[in-house]
Ligand binder design. Sequence first.
Ligand code: BUP
Length: 459
Amino acid sequence: ATTQAPHIALFPSAGMGHLMPYLRLAAMLARRNCIVTLITAHPTVSAAESEHISLFLRHNPEIKRLELELTPSSRQADATPIEPFFLQFHLINQSIHLLGPLLSSSSPPLSAMFVDFALLAETAPIAEDLQLPIYVVSTTSVEFLSLVAYFSVVASNPTEFNEASTELKIPGLPPMAMSSLPPALLDHSHLFTSTIVTNSQALPGAEGILMNTFDWFQASILNALNKDRVMASLPPILPIGPLESYHIPQDGDHCYRSWLENQPSESVVYISFGNRTAMSRDQVRELEKGLEKAGWRFCWNLKTTKVDKDDREDVKDILSDFFLKRTKNKGVIIRGWADQEEILAHPAIGGFVSHCGWNSVMEAAWQGVPMLAWPQHGDQKMNAKVMETAGLGLWESGWDWGPNGIVKGEEIERKIVELMTDETVRERAKKVREEARKAVESGGSSDRVIRNVINSVTL
Ligand code: BUP
């Protein structure tokens, strides 16, 4: 009998860090002859999300789109203000009942659903009704995922996990430092925490957890979870990364493009803290000092608000005249969206100061660019540790900003110099690149895993 191409619905949640891996996976599945439907929530939080979805679909007309129209929030108008991206998780979940009818009329009929962790608990009953296998596509490190998976156990046992704890011990895994965990986890009424608890309870019902990582990068924890089964209820962890770029040429000439062309090889440090991390003015001043004193060329992706739509200030209103004058030919400042993959791929880039969002870690691994981790919140500190352990770069674990103080210019200067001059780290990062590329080539570890997943959802 002839087999039919599987039809897979992908359901990402909010934020570019959650959207990018889904778009990459959608393109990859389409390349591998799957029929792909992308479920998108409307409206999105950031302008970057809606722009990327439109551009992506225009360049990939074979990928179908289903739009989930969000119903307005039932939260009280006077409820505690909440991070816009967490609120969006909540809004999508609240509107999921609209999804069943949309999906049941899909043509050809669906073969499987791939969903974001934050949407799992609400989507699982819909998938079950339609008799579809459900896979989670996780957008974080395996370490953070294991914390999330174990968290429902911890949450029901406050004597094991409270403000006085210094470590969290998951049987069979190395202990996790409390200082690396998101502080919001201690607050059970926080939407972040309740989202984790609810969805972590639903994880055992998934067929597998697809992850943007590769065997070599996180071998030890992957062995513990998949071979030693230290968390017996967890479905298989399926490393399919690094997810490859979907290559859409960006319009226009962004200022950094021509500038980078004229810089010597590995002479520029790229700085970005992701799409939704706002840096305080005091910290911006210290970073200016550090960059200027370190003396290396730089390309700084500067954000001062959580949501891009709110970011309207001019560079001159944010950075000091002194800094701009002193570094006139030394660096370029990016405002608005930049193609980070393109930047990291540029031979002029020699180091990456990053918040360690997981996509950024995988993109640096793919290019073999050494990182200096400066994590802020969420999974970032745990990701930083994974990155450092894999040998991709440096992490100064005491660095923070916001309520816990700011990092001084001299400190920043010292670490940037170390990042740009440490030959051992540079060599090791090149080794990471080599292993990343081996994983995705035909017959490589990630290639085999995704091939098996596609086969198992093919009727
Ligand atoms: Br900012 C920015 N260009 O200007 P992470 C980000 N990105 O391509 P987290 C750009 O967005 P969030 C820009 O390459 C990565 O693929 C970047 O995801 C890309 O961060 C993605 O690194 C950001 O996982 O997401 O914290 O999960 O940026 O939304 O905070």
